[in-house]
Design a protein. Sequence first.
Length: 395
Amino acid sequence: MFDIPPRLKKILSTVREFVREELMPLELEFIHDGFYAVEPVLNEKRQMVKELGLWLPQIPLDYGGLGLSLFEHGLVSQELGQTPIGHYAFNCQAPDSGNMEILIEHGTAEQKEQFLRPLLNGEIRSCFSMTEPEHAGSNPTVMSTAAVADRDQYVINGHKWFTSSADGAAFAVVMAITNPEAGRHNRASQILVPLDTPGVERLRNVSVMGEAGDGWASHAEMRYVDVRVPKTNLLGQEGHGFAIAQNRLGPGRIHHCMRWLGICERAFDLMCRYAVTREIAPGRTLADQQTVQNWVAESRAEINAARLMVLETADKIDKEGHYAARDEVSLIKFHVANVLQSVLDRALQVHGGLGMTDDTPLAYWYRHERAARIYDGPDEVHKWSVARRILQSYQ
Ligand SMILES: Cc1cc2nc3c(=O)[nH]c(=O)nc-3n(C[C@H](O)[C@H](O)[C@H](O)COP(=O)(O)OP(=O)(O)OC[C@H]3O[C@@H](n4cnc5c(N)ncnc54)[C@H](O)[C@@H]3O)c2cc1C
């Protein structure tokens, strides 16, 4: 159905081999000991990725990336998603990839020099600070964080949480109300805040399913107390914060779906390998059980169908833009998140007690990817928005 050009086939096979040979052997250390424990060796792997010419697959050629289309990146991302550290090694991990994209699109020349260039080089990390504990993140037009103009500066005060990867990041893109009198979609702006600015406090890494994590693999609670940044740190125009956030979330959602397909493939592979080797009686393995056979067949069908939906959406975005594909993005966001959950659950069940341990990556993904149905819009919000538009066409 989709043609894969020879250049991309070559890239995909190199990425696949790199993931298997260089990254998978590190993943259990990452899961057991945390991000900082493997960061030095991951930096060496990043250097190897640069030397292979595969750095920044999703970024335009002008900015030093591979210039892949979204469709092409989807196929690469599926390979990288097979290990929890794949995207990081290629510098296309959330939340940095989204921040790169909005800086490319909306950043001034100075902002690109100060924030984007080192981010693209992999010298620094970043985070995106929008959600607040006091308000429903599903409706981010309601927020308390304010940025008040004081001559040539903004003074920011606010409380955020789930600022992923803030631990060790050099800067945050902070959503704050700058125009309280404006309509609800025009009140907020995005402001670039270096995290070493006085008044920025990282209160804790929030424990998620029993793990606070560290570094890139963490989600922080943040307080901004009288944080002063120059007005030149405004990203885009004042009051355009939500428009830029939508700009960021559209590609962000499809990037997640592509990564989840990778996780599904790996979980499927682990499930099948285990099923054919685990003897439940002499000469009889799990693979001989019809329940397991059903899970294998159901998972294969669900993953294949999900992949078609994701690639078709990516293709539509490449040809017609994000706005034209907003329904498809909502559909894949909740659908693939649920396929991911089913496939992971079956793979974990097939592994029995081993599935509950951290001797495979399954339990790590089971803990951390439950959030797939919540971040970047909970399932219910995507279903509501897409169903509303479908039903409108009948009225
Ligand atoms: C692991 C993780 C990482 C995250 N990373 C970031 C980040 O980097 N930066 C950032 O700013 N935020 C981040 N978030 C926050 C995330 O975007 C919010 O959690 C999400 O938007 C939901 O907001 P909420 O948690 O306040 O839930 P609420 O908005 O309070 O919603 C609670 C529940 O209510 C239901 N619900 C909500 N609205 C509707 C509706 N209209 N119809 C029906 N049901 C509804 C849903 O089931 C939802 O799960 C992250 C969250 C997680 C879990």
